[in-house]
Design a protein around this ligand. Structure first.
Ligand SMILES: [Zn+2]
Length: 245
């Protein structure tokens, strides 16, 4: 507005911004861009990956599973809150979730909010939508969920971490106990298995694709429920997902 001929006072009056601020911006336009926190690895003039490390791949799994983004406070400030629900069923998950967010966002304060049966882990940042372009209006299962090429590159390098994040946020490991009669005696057998429940077909397919590439056998138990029950596959998932990891 100032460049198009309006005086500083007129710009100030029309925008409600103080005359001193308008004068500073007019004299130092470079200060409006490139300030600390104004850009991230994705929206910088030359976009880079978020750190191409396993932490991002795991966090992507947590986000796609049961995480969500919403405005933290006043929408005009455009600060986003990423909320991840860490259920008590996975011991150590809260700590790991906090550590992962700290690895992806060094120097940020990560909050934890106790809820019934789970703990909400919250991280506020302006650039979450840059890191999770899957964010959009409505629910995840009502829109297309597709990874950006740079996200695929990270997941290609760290597929176990994505699978782990998905199962930690929207999956479970249960033990089926089955009674069999062997040589006239009743015996109990235990069959551990993994389940992943999600209403998004795209997210189920993403998990299936990454299980395939890891050589894990899986099937759809029913619509929205993916199951891993084959013994070697369960043992392989146990080696990096749970219950002791
Ligand atoms: Zn950004």
């Amino acid at each position: 507005m100032h460049r198009s001929g309006l005086s500083l006072s007129e710009v100030s009056r029309q925008t409600g911004v103080s005359r001193a601020a308008v004068r500073d911006w007019a004299n130092h336009p470079e200060a409006l861009t490139g300030r600390a926190g104004e850009t991230c690895a994705r929206c910088a003039p030359v976009p880079a990956f978020p750190e191409p490390n396993p932490a991002y791949s795991y966090l992507l799994g947590l986000y796609l599973g049961d995480g969500y983004l919403s405005y933290a406070g006043d929408p005009r400030k455009e600060v986003w809150a990423l909320r991840i629900f860490c259920c008590d069923g996975w011991p150590g998950l809260i700590r790991e979730c906090v550590d992962t967010l700290t690895a992806v966002l060094p120097g940020h304060r990560i909050g934890t909010v106790p809820k019934t049966g789970c703990t909400e882990v919250v991280a506020r940042w302006k650039h979450w939508p840059c890191y999770f372009p899957q964010h959009g209006p409505g629910k995840k299962h009502e829109r297309r969920i597709e990874l950006a090429p740079w996200q695929c590159d990270i997941v290609d390098r760290f597929p176990e971490n994505l699978v782990r994040g998905l199962i930690h946020s929207d999956g479970c490991r249960i033990t089926n106990r089955v009674k069999r009669t062997v040589a006239g005696r009743e015996k109990w057998y235990e069959y551990p298995r993994y389940f992943f429940s999600n209403r998004s077909q795209d997210i189920l397919e993403l998990l299936g694709f990454n299980l395939d590439r890891l050589g894990v056998e899986w099937k759809m138990a029913n619509t929205g429920n993916l199951s891993v029950a084959e013994r070697d596959s369960v043992a392989f998932l146990d080696s990096f997902i749970g219950p002791k990891h």
